[in-house]
Design a protein around this ligand. Sequence first.
Ligand code: NOJ
Length: 998
Amino acid sequence: MVTLRQWHPRWTAVFLLLALLCCLFAPVVSVKHDNFKTCDQSGFCKRNRQFADDASASSSWMSPYTLDPASVSFKNGQLDAVVLKTLKEGEEKVRLPLTITFLDSGVARVTLDEEKRAKGDVTLRHDSQARKERYNEAGNWALVGGLKPAAGAALNSEAEQGYTKVVYGKASKHQAIIRHAPFGIEFQRDGETQVKFNERGFMNVEHWRPKAEKPKEEEKKEGEEETKEEDKKSEEQGEDESTWWEETFGGNTDSKPRGPEAIALDITFPGYAHVFGIPEHATSLSLKTTRGGDNAYTEPYRLYNADVFEYEMDSPMTLYGAIPFMQAHRKGSTVGVFWLNAAETWIDVTKKRNTANPLALGVEGHTDTQTHWMSESGILDIFVFLGPKPQDLTRQYGELTGYTAMPQSFAIAYHQCRWNYVTDEDVKDVDRRFDKFNIPYDVIWLDIEYTHEKKYFTWDPLTFVNPDKMQKQLDKRERKLVAIIDPHIKNTNDYPIIDELKKKDLAVKNKDGNQYEGWCWPGSSMWIDCFNPAAIDWWKGLFKYDRFKGTAHNTFIWNDMNEPSVFNGPETTMPKDNLHHGNWEHRDVHNINGMTFHNATYQAITERKKGEVRRPFVLTRAFYSGSQRSAAMWTGDNLAEWTHLEASIPMVLNQGISGFPFAGADVGGFFGNPSKELLTRWYQAGIYYPFFRGHAHIDTRRREPYVAGSPYTEIITQALRLRYQLLPAWYTAFHEASTTGAPIIRPNFYIHPEDENGFAVDDQLYIGSTGLLAKPVTKEGADSVSVYIADDQPYYDYFDYTTYSGAGHHTIPAPLEKTPLLMQGGHVIPRRDRPRRSSGLMKYDPFTLVVVLDKDGNAAGTLYVDDGETFDYQMGAFIHRRFSFDGARQALTSSNLETGQRTVKCEKYLKTMEKVRVEKIIIVGAPKAWKDKSEVVVMQEGEKESQRRKPMPMEYYPADGKKAAYVVVRDPRIYITKGWKIDFGEKGAGHEHHGHEH
Ligand code: NOJ
């Protein structure tokens, strides 16, 4: 032992040097790459990339797939045929049944199965109980509609030899040209090819084959020689068999009882330079290429839901959720594919630049985006969308997988979370402090520590002594509680839930058919198998108020770790050879697993108590196509770093265009302690996440908005108030998402699909259809931001009406206290201006309408309101208005967008809202001609001519430098449930000037 006396200065130097080196080389928190596979370490990905490389390298390459023309039949919008895979000369061909269904919506669905496996005509290794078929049930979980075949789709008899053609889509604008040999499909719109399958010949269906077992003795005797011989054979055939029958990674061995069974296909988007989608990755909105080159990735985008600890930025690595929906965009057209497969999937993206032909004058060069999709198992099942608008894609994808559920209104307000609020007193204290500082919030969250020893559905008896009382306090201000419930159930004595799970046999099984046991927060655990309807039924029972004691109508649920996260499992998840209900291997269903769990929770919350029907709220970390129907998501464990704040914007935007818009990131960053500046900027950005929650890791310091102190607390409060002020606009955007599939926050390309310069812009966002354009500050020390404007409309600063016009970049001041927010001319923005402590308390508050005139002096917008709580809106109990300002008539009108018969529920609801006024109207960009005007004439539906009102005052504020002129009308005594008209032209104003003054 070295004592202090012996300590020599030389040692000090060595020590200091070591410490310095440690600092230099200590990993700045970052993902453990070794825990997750690269493509090269994932057998089927490596094989398929190699397959693609071989195909590309050889000039004589011929894809071994052909369609047998004699097998083609066409009936009721569906083509059936058989694709044959040629093995070696003389060997029997592999039969792959093909269907192409042409749907009423104009979408085409292509499926390809493998006959031998489908018939069960195969043997599995290791006496496996797994199913023999390729997994074909992903659609049962992901799809809810849009599958009606098109009556008008027809075989085109004029097809040349070697092709089968089908005409389909609205006005027969679409055409599928199916090439027989080698098999491939081109999808055309208006005679122009938009999407190509197997153009490059990367299609690969790994057919079933028995393992050629060598007698052990022989192996031993011939030893090395034999192996070499084998290797040579494989090389000749160009096939790497090393991962066909078994695969080991990180000490876990996958027994692969069905052998190699991957499916892969190349899909090309000719003329499309941008592709978006396939969340979840921490990457840019416009996807990068993945096979090297400048600023490109070397790994394919991976979709394999995983608990990626301290994930890294700018990476195609997999994260917690998967939506295999990709859209390609170019000027004038958006098309896409939805690859319905729940197994591990990798997607390579490359771009091919076709330079202009110097001899063909006027023919411009263009870029094709080429993609290569590879899934480990399952059938091939692809939907092809031909647009032509981004809105068509989100709508059609939503028809198939469902639109986002309309949440309760509290759910779109602010959520306060941390791991953990440690006692019920702590919760009440935080609640009181928010009030003390006049900071609005709606929901407080409990992470895993509230439970008794990580046993879900229990409360820690020492720290959460009186949950009822705690929730009563929250309820006083209409606030809610969200408690976490994960899918792993503690495997211990004295816990009735695990006893039931075991007894009822509802857990996921291991490959031998026994209940699978793994490690998670509680230690030894088992996982509920929500693929099993009996498990869902059981789960529903657990949430009843008399079962989950201490919960109330204002308790909602957070489902975490549902990838599933298994601490001692391969890649922190379940072994692929585990078995689910119906004996499907985990391999087949992995990416859907999390969705089955949060779906079950959603159902459970709906049925908590007979007669009490409120919209559930469930937050999920893992997700798949269709998750939007029953949950919100967040981007998992980010870091309190500026780069993570920055990355959250494209990530949430990508969720929006991929059909799952109720999304957000942990405000403040989960790991680490943000500086006060970062925290403030994160709140200012977080108010633009559809799902808006502050959250922090257990090892971090407290950071509720009131902790930071002046001026940060005040600035954060202002940001929160801005979110609350705009809740009517957000709610309207949610309504639009829930009825049309449109994103809640929208990227530039979605709003301006013709603006090529803006296709890759992903650091600013539009809120719904409001024209509100936000540009969050994501750089330390910034005092201005550059906002990209795509069109020639005037854009006004939200706070002081400074005008920015002209396409291009504009520098906007952004001192710490400011969140740059612009209003695009042409919209009417609904707000509620009275600051309250929770959104529930704003229910009957009056509205303010901000009318933002476009360059021609017009504006329009909508407002959707309902009770924010029940399902009565589905029976007509809502208000849906359109406000429009007509520049020619100089009048603002409110008209009803719901023209159908009023239901009893509707009447009843309108009655509760009948006193809710529009208390203020602001017209931004007011015509100069109004400068001498002081009155407007107001008329409201139901008032007789004889009751004609006296003109009401209006205030005109002239333009001031770059600040636009505006008008304010205060309390015009009009109601939100009524039709009305405000005439700005009747008295005093010149009718001759209708335009905009800038
Ligand atoms: C992981 C989640 O991502 C995080 O948000 C949560 O706090 C911890 N699990 C503990 O439950």
